[in-house]
Ligand binder design. Structure first.
Ligand SMILES: [Zn+2]
Ligand SMILES: [Zn+2]
Length: 420
């Protein structure tokens, strides 16, 4: 059993409190949705979160990793420390969802004009954790231990040239003082219907690194290619060469991986062979060793193919997020709590996800469990639902209550099961 009987004593109260707070969850979410802020710019959002936590009598630390907010909710009895995490940032996307609270915000991202939209559902995550804070604050006297509420900026990566996100939150001590023993987090997804919870033990989401390649040839007249070195032909061979890394060089029986080239820029005129081509792409893996291996292959394949064509290539690889690895024991432990809240039939093991999450940086420090909560209305076909990051990403707000109850139950059960 994952939780002692004392934990179940909370269930009725939790259900009642969640019902009661649901209209405000929706209101908070809509307010954040209508006023979205990009990574490291979540000033308004963070202000609302901090004021809410203070009103509840929760100790608050602000401006962690620029705009992060960390709340420390001390229970009435001594015990361990469990952390819950929500991300607060929106994306540079022009909203196309037809709701009265759709975002009309326009701003700039890395020097380019853009719209802003909560197209990944972080508005829901922030509202859910505010709700959890209020519900748990109402039970404070009966809680044995401490709940840390981590509201994190810039999950979608900060603007170019800035640091931010979970990595910076950890560097600035969000898991210390008091030291966190375990951490939980969730993500809403349109892949599943409302009511469904998806989980996976071990590697669940991929590592994400990007690479940039500059292939240098020698510019010449397009009618006389022998007078120069054509970086477009060389780069085309590089693109194909990179596609042989996963298919020919990686042990795919161990873990899957992906190498994609998403940018291919070169040339200004049909009759000029340019000097240089720029390629950009992404590398996804589910294993740290394979990640290192692929980095080596990308460098070697690119440089050697360039050399074979008489060109030179410079490869830059930027490491973004580590593999999101759910602690197997903590995952196993979490399932009964999720089953109790969502119904056992609704809690399903899922395939690996090639998207990445900076929740992985918390999991490197303490055991962590990250799971998905469906947000597509049950009457709609999930296979046709707009994915997260789409301008048409739609959230069935009925998912908010399940998000709140599941996170709160995990925290309460975990504290009750680990008395000090
Ligand atoms: Zn996202
Ligand atoms: Zn997200």
């Amino acid at each position: 059993m994952n939780a002692p009987d004392s934990a179940f004593a909370f269930d009725a109260d939790l259900a009642r409190a969640a019902d009661e707070i649901e209209p405000r969850l929706v209101a908070w979410r809509r307010d954040f949705h209508q006023n979205p802020e990009l990574g490291n710019r979540e000033v308004r959002t963070a202000g609302i979160v901090a004021a809410h936590l203070r009103r509840l009598g929760i100790e608050v630390r602000e401006k962690v990793a620029h705009t992060g907010v960390v709340g420390v909710l001390k229970g009435g009895k001594p015990g361990p420390v469990v952390a819950l995490r929500a991300d607060m940032d929106a994306l540079p996307v022009v909203e196309e969802v037809d709701v009265p609270f759709a975002s009309k915000v326009r701003t700039e991202w890395n020097g380019q004009a853009c719209g802003v939209m909560h197209a990944c559902g972080h508005d829901a995550h922030t509202a859910i954790l505010m709700g959890v804070a209020e519900v748990l604050a109402g039970m404070r006297d009966r809680i044995a231990g401490t709940v840390k509420l981590i509201f994190q900026p810039a999950e979608e990566t900060p603007p170019i040239g800035e640091e931010g996100g979970a990595k910076m939150m950890v560097q600035q001590g969000c898991l210390e003082n008091p030291d966190v023993d375990a951490i939980f987090g969730l993500h809403i997804t349109s892949i599943y219907p409302t009511g469904r919870v998806g989980y996976r033990a071990g590697p669940m989401m991929a590592s994400a690194d990007d690479f940039r390649v500059f292939v240098r040839g020698t510019q010449t007249h397009a009618a006389m290619p022998w007078r120069g070195v054509d970086p477009i032909v060389v780069s085309s061979q590089i693109v194909l060469g990179l596609q042989t890394i996963v298919s020919r060089q990686m042990n795919i029986t161990k873990e899957p991986s992906v190498v994609t080239v998403g940018v291919f820029h070169g040339g200004v005129r049909h009759n000029i062979i340019p000097d240089e081509v720029k390629l950009e792409g992404t590398i996804r893996t589910f294993d740290e060793q394979q990640r290192e291996e692929i980095h080596g292959h990308v460098k070697r394949v690119t440089e050697m193919i360039a050399q074979a064509g008489g060109a030179t290539a410079k490869v830059h690889i930027h490491r973004w997020y580590d593999v999101t690895v759910n602690d197997p024991a903590l995952t196993e432990w979490s399932l009964p709590s999720l089953g109790r809240i969502a119904g056992a039939d609704n809690v399903r093991m899922i395939d690996k996800v090639c998207g990445a999450e900076d929740f992985s940086f918390y999991q490197k420090e303490v055991p962590g469990f990250f799971y998905f909560v469906g947000c597509t209305p049950p009457e709609r076909d999930c296979a046709k639902s707009a994915p997260n990051h789409s301008p048409r990403f739609y959230v069935d707000e009925a998912c908010l209550k399940l998000g709140l109850k599941s996170l709160a139950a995990l925290a309460l059960d975990w504290l009750a099961a680990h008395p000090r």
